[in-house]
Design a protein around this ligand. Structure first.
Ligand code: ATP
Ligand code: LTN
Length: 327
């Protein structure tokens, strides 16, 4: 049987080069070899304070970026989570078998609440909804960045618990994480991951940034004062991050980039990084601008109808197994 891929993105704007190199670039590449389902997870985005009008806009913009970077609705199912009620229903069922202690240990939950995000039940049970997303379609591979590994572990654990109690319903999914650039770091604090929700715009390169802006951001990226270009994440986190970004964009191993730029100074190196990043993402911005909102909404509508049909069939099996629903 062909492997099935499922992944999700929150419609929260600011899609950056970390999201792209860590996850979305793979989404497009994987379409050739796998059955691919990509979901804009708007119910997840409601777990933090948000504006309904901005959420709707971000949903369409996020879909536009995915289409611009090569997600093809003829080869992939692309839709919005809230179009398919099965996500929330399965999350409830899985929630009844999720120990509270597991959720309290989640790094993302701890980091968000420590950063002052108001805690609520949705934020706490976020990983259960994510497990439901994946298991609803019986996916077995999940392309994500490094920060999501822990949530995939919870998903695997819930699938096993479910299967042990109710019979073999779910495949046990695996994370698909790239070897380089699975954790692109912030340009202003290279010890923290680049993040959509960082209030400092300078901390990230957005996929929609103009070339001049990209160069400015890379030139001002925080680095150390020893001018040698070398890969050492502990002593030189800023330079190591730029080396990883460059390697991910060019496909050249980090060692050969180090050989090439070791003694040229940071200015020359940063300009070279800017050149390859601009070459990599400028076409995405151009394609984004050429897409019409109405057409994108239609892609999502059609995707939602298909996803709902598929989910409905699978979900009847779950309801029957747990002894609820009309069957
Ligand atoms: P936030 O940091 O505000 O929670 P985010 O930047 O993680 O948001 P998401 O929509 O939650 O954005 O993530 C989309 C995908 O991008 C996920 O697969 C995630 O693992 C990946 N990703 C996020 N940040 C990075 C990063 N800095 N490096 C590599 N991959 C990343
Ligand atoms: N939690 C993920 C987004 C997400 C997801 C998913 C990823 C929601 N559901 C299912 C993969 C599979 C994030 O914050 N990046």
């Amino acid at each position: 049987m062909q492997h099935r891929i499922f992944s999700g993105v929150q419609p929260t704007g600011n899609i950056h080069i970390g999201n792209y190199l860590g996850a979305f670039r793979n989404w497009a590449r994987l379409q050739d070899d796998y059955d691919t389902i990509y979901c804009i997870v708007d119910l997840h985005a409601m777990t933090v304070d948000y504006d309904p009008v901005a959420l709707e806009k971000a949903r369409v913009d996020t879909a536009k970026i995915l289409l611009a970077l090569g997600v093809d609705p003829d080869r992939s199912l692309l839709y919005t989570q809230s179009q398919v009620p099965g996500h929330a229903e399965l999350a409830w069922i899985l929630g009844t078998m999720t120990p509270m202690g597991v959720l309290g240990r989640m790094t993302q939950f701890k980091e968000k609440t420590a950063a002052g995000v108001a805690s609520n039940l949705g934020l706490y049970s976020y990983p259960v909804l994510m497990a439901a997303d994946i298991l609803l379609y019986r996916a077995d591979l999940v392309p994500v960045g490094d920060d999501q590994r822990q949530h995939i572990e919870v998903t695997r654990d819930l699938a096993e618990r479910f299967n042990n109690r109710f019979g073999d319903v779910f495949p046990i999914p695996e994370a698909y994480v790239p070897e380089t650039s699975a954790r692109v770091m912030s340009l202003t604090d290279p010890t923290a991951k680049m993040s959509k929700s960082d209030p400092q715009m300078k901390s990230r390169i957005s996929l929609l940034d103009e070339p001049d802006m990209i160069r400015k951001r890379i030139r001002s990226a925080v680095t150390d004062s020893d001018p040698q270009v070398r890969y050492d994440t502990a002593a030189k986190p800023g330079i190591s991050n730029l080396l990883e970004i460059m390697s991910a964009c060019t496909g050249e191993p980090i060692e050969s980039l180090v050989d090439e730029y070791a003694s040229g100074g940071y200015g020359t190196f940063k300009d070279a990084v800017a050149d390859v990043v601009i070459a990599e993402i400028a076409p995405v911005r151009e394609r984004f601008e050429a897409l019409e909102n109405g057409d994108v909404r239609e892609v999502l509508r059609v995707g939602g109808v298909r996803a709902n049909e598929m989910a409905g069939t699978y979900q009847s099996e779950v309801l029957r197994a747990v002894g609820v629903g009309a069957f």
